[in-house]
Write a protein of this length. Sequence first.
Length: 450
Amino acid sequence: MHTTSCWHSRARALGSLATCITIVACADRATGPEALDAGTEVSLRSSANRVECDDGNGGITLPPGFCAVVVADQVGRARHLGVTHKGDAYVAIGDATHGGGVLALRDRDGDGRAETQAYFGEPNANGIVVTKEFLYVGYRDRIERWRLHSSELLPRGTPEVVVGGLPSTGDHFRKNMQLDGRGNMYVNIGSASNSCQVANRVAQSPGVDPCPELPVRAGVWRFDANRTGQTPADGIRFATGLRNMEALRWDATRGALFGVQHGRDHLNDHWPQFYTPQDGADLPSEEFIRIDAGDDNGWPYCYHDWKKGLKLLAPEYGGDGTIVGPRCADKEIPLLAFPGHWAPNDLLFYAGRQFPSRFTRGAFVAFHGGFDRAPLPNEGFNVVFVPFAGQTPAGGWEVFADGFIGNSTNPPADAEHRPMGLAEGPDGSMYISDDDGGRIWRVVFSGRDR
């Protein structure tokens, strides 16, 4: 793998920005804050052949004709990411190890590696959306935006709070969002619990009925993307019964919002009278869904069983692994169902022209890999591709990128990497982030096996 000796320095806050910015630059490149504003800029549509892929693709396996370069490594918990129309990348960092919650990356010579790396903003970020004017960043209790300027990598000044005061406690506290280009921002507000029990994640504890989380959590809320200073009261509950939608994406081609849901845990270990260990490992589905206004996906009362192809009543509410009942009969059915506990964390509809045409308008899903399959091995830890025909998936799914866990024998505990975020570059290459080893890959199609 290509390695580079780099130095670290701390720069003064820009303008009134109180947060310290860390700059990382390779020693044979321009260094210091002035390097970020230099006029040098790589061609925006650089050929895939210019990218110097790493031997072994930086530790991952890809289909024939594809290869990968490590854009940056050991950057912290790299969560969602976005790439501008100029080719700069912004990565949400989900810890405080480097002092900033957003990592800015610039590849100055077009080889695929980011010679300039800079951290800014408050730590522990998650969601990222990039537009030509703004960088939107998600935190556990708010969505912020930074104004982007011309050719400068770093934003100036301080961020604006687009919406604050979001629910921030419990199991699923991270916030991510999507913009539809029509002035709307969709925010995932995950549930505070596994299945809305009287005692969260306690065996045989019944569900609270009605679940008090649903009016304020476990759904997607719509806000005005152009207003600042909003509170939850300014939002509209767009869809409900969604346990946690880390994998959320607006597809401009289809003019619709899609997501892949984190399914619930603890079927066998909490309800062994109804579910075998195999059931507990396989179920429930991770659901690939289209999210339309007013949809109810059924959480916590219902879950999807991909083996039966049904929404079933949860055991906390009287289910036994076979009952649909009137409560679940009218709930949304997924477009496609994945095995349980794979933990979908991002979704990308491919709009580029670099990859072969069969990938165009199809969907990539990044699976973080789960924990609740014991005593069976944990699975997931890959990026899969879902071909589409028109508005719906066509013929299942296939593994696209694998090998993230390395030589691990007990993932996720000893995994080397875990796929997290996905983004498309202006040249049609695909970026993958990893919040375990802190690696960022850029995948290109060269037409040659490596």
